[in-house]
Design a protein around this ligand. Structure first.
Ligand code: GLC
Ligand code: CA
Length: 558
């Protein structure tokens, strides 16, 4: 168990800046737009924002390809805008967290330009260059976005490595000079008074230095690079040094995007002396696909399987530290579309059931922009309508694996990262009031009926449901138990019911979610329970037996 920390009490709202609010009419969301909408976030009640990358970037992966760590991308504004944002946020008592992307840079970063254009430059060793083998790529590793991890260097029999897109060359953390540059950069940002960072793809820092090929796992002859580039032995040296040289000198929050971490090594990541404050666990988020990067491998998951993954995650994290709870982010489809399998409940009922389910788990809750409005996935008609590079890669890989174009498009519609990247619908006017210009990505077709203005004004909306949950977790008399109380699974309930207790010495709360389109029943310990929140008009019980309607969700005090 870890000691109490300030960041355990936060409710964090994730902003995808390109799609939040466009202040100057160029069709792209910007920092001034965020400033304008801080009051909306204050109204919702969140205590911290995490802003996806706003640094200089050619935007091939929408900012996760950084060409200058200390510069702000022009389309988002200026450093002065960011300073203004920090000031305004502080006035509203909202903390600010930025995204930290250090596994790779853009190929337009000056280090890479020097490194690729000049074999003798010290910057060549900032990246991973290897000789070709028999005139071909050094090995058969497949990048996360499809295709080889290797890209040929013009006029040389050499390749450079990229775990993600070819315009995102991986940094070589084996090089101490590079590591120091990164630490200085991080400290420069933390000195500005940020609350901390969400840390991108951090388990990829260490690569197996033997660079050996493995048996192929696809029709392309390649094999996912995960086995050789993700969470490899030796990564602990890099992550410990990173923490010592940077985060440990500040009282900051660090949230690791750390796929591939096994539960038996969680304490190294998030224990009392762990590398990070908390990490995201993707094991249940990716339940609809066999792996987050192979969208054509869809599963037929059940609520029981989902519950087991969710509760296992809670139990394992509780043993050693603290978790970051989420159901959506900029890499995932909309939660309602993914987890509510009966379309007739992909509305307030389904959205509030999911909300109540995850929000009161033990850990810091994250809300992704638009989640609080109950946004759902779109249906695009052609692959040309997509911006996300991984959508395009997955489309062609699916076809390569023998699926038809319609099937490939359907996989992409279900999983595309663009689903959560569509512009935020502020109202029902043209382009949802997001911009006066032409939006960089079209909105979902549903904005006339799902938008912030209507949600804020309607007392029975999902927005107001979220607002109430935040209020209860952050300011009510249940704050302590909902933040620090232990998590305990409620056993012997129907397979389709997700139920858990949060408790401390003398109080006990119970969350009950019927995650199915069938009616159900649950037996609770007392018949004089108190209902704190629920998503239907009233809770119907017969003494200790509560009758649950489809997707009914209840929080009670026992
Ligand atoms: C992370 C980001 C994702 C990005 C990738 C490469 O998974 O969340 O958006 O594409 O890393 O930086
Ligand atoms: Ca703009």
């Amino acid at each position: 168990m870890i000691d109490k920390k300030w960041w355990q009490e936060e409710v964090i709202y994730q902003i995808y800046p390109r799609s939040f609010y466009d202040e100057n009419g160029d069709g792209i969301g910007d920092i001034k737009g965020i400033i304008k909408k801080l009051d909306y976030l204050k109204e919702l009640g969140i205590t911290m924002i995490w802003i996806c990358p706003i640094y200089k970037s050619p935007m091939v992966d929408n900012g996760y390809d950084i060409s200058d760590y200390l510069g702000i991308n022009k389309e988002f504004g200026t450093m002065n805008d960011l300073d203004q944002l920090l000031i305004k946020a502080e006035q509203l008592d909202i903390k600010v967290m930025l995204d930290l992307v250090i596994n790779h840079t853009s190929d337009e970063h000056i280090w890479f330009q020097e490194g690729i254009n000049n074999p003798d430059s010290p910057y060549r060793d900032y990246y991973i260059f290897k000789d070709s083998v028999d005139g071909k790529e050094p090995n058969n590793w497949r990048s996360i976005f499809g295709g080889s991890v290797w890209e040929k260097v013009p006029n040389e029999e050499k390749y450079y490595m990229h775990v993600f897109d070819k315009k995102q060359p991986d940094l070589n953390f084996e090089n101490p000079k590079l590591r120091n540059e990164i630490y200085n950069m991080i400290n420069t940002w933390l000195d500005k008074g940020l609350a901390g960072f969400r840390i991108d793809s951090i388990t990829f820092l260490k690569k197996d230095q033997n660079f050996e090929s493995l048996k192929s796992d696809g029709n392309d002859g390649l094999v996912t690079c995960k086995y050789k580039t993700r969470n490899q032995p030796g990564i602990e040296v890099f992550l410990n040094e990173l923490k010592e040289k940077t985060f440990n000198k500040y009282d900051c929050i660090t949230v690791g995007e750390a796929p591939g971490v096994r539960y038996d090594e969680l304490s190294e990541f998030i224990g009392e002396d762990g590398y990070f404050s908390m990490i995201f666990d993707f094991k249940y988020a990716d339940i609809d696909v066999e792996s987050g990067s192979d969208w054509f491998k869809r599963t037929n998951w059940t609520t029981k399987e989902f519950k087991d993954l969710l509760f296992n995650s809670q139990n394992e994290i509780q043993k050693v530290g603290w978790g970051a709870n989420f159901i959506e982010n900029h890499d995932q489809p909309r939660a309602i579309s993914k987890f509510i399998t009966d379309e007739s409940y992909q509305n307030f009922i389904g959205g509030s059931a999911l909300a109540l389910m995850y929000f009161f788990l033990r850990g810091t809750p994250f809300i992704y922009q638009g989640q609080e409005l109950g946004m759902t996935n779109f249906q695009r008609q052609s692959i040309n309508e997509f911006n996300d590079i991984s959508s395009v890669d997955n489309y062609y890989r699916s076809i390569d694996e023998g699926f038809t174009e319609e099937e490939a498009l359907q996989f992409v519609n279900l999983r595309s990262r663009d689903n959560t990247r569509t512009p935020f619908p502020w109202d029902n006017t043209k382009n949802g009031g997001f911009t006066n210009g032409t939006p960089w990505l079209s909105l979902t077709e549903y904005y006339p009926s799902t938008n912030a203005l209507d949600e804020v004004n309607n007392t029975n909306s999902l927005f107001n449901f979220y607002k109430k949950m935040i209020e209860i977790r952050t300011f009510s008399k249940y704050k302590d138990i909902l933040t620090f109380g232990t998590f305990q699974e409620v056993e012997n309930v129907s397979e389709n019911i997700i139920s858990y207790y949060r408790q401390n010495n003398n109080e006990k709360l119970q969350v009950i979610i019927n995650l199915s389109n069938q009616s159900n029943q649950i037996n609770v310990e007392k018949n004089d329970f108190k209902v704190i929140m629920h998503n239907y008009e009233k809770v119907v019980n017969n003494n200790q037996i509560i009758n649950l309607k489809p997707y009914e969700a209840i929080l009670i005090e026992l």
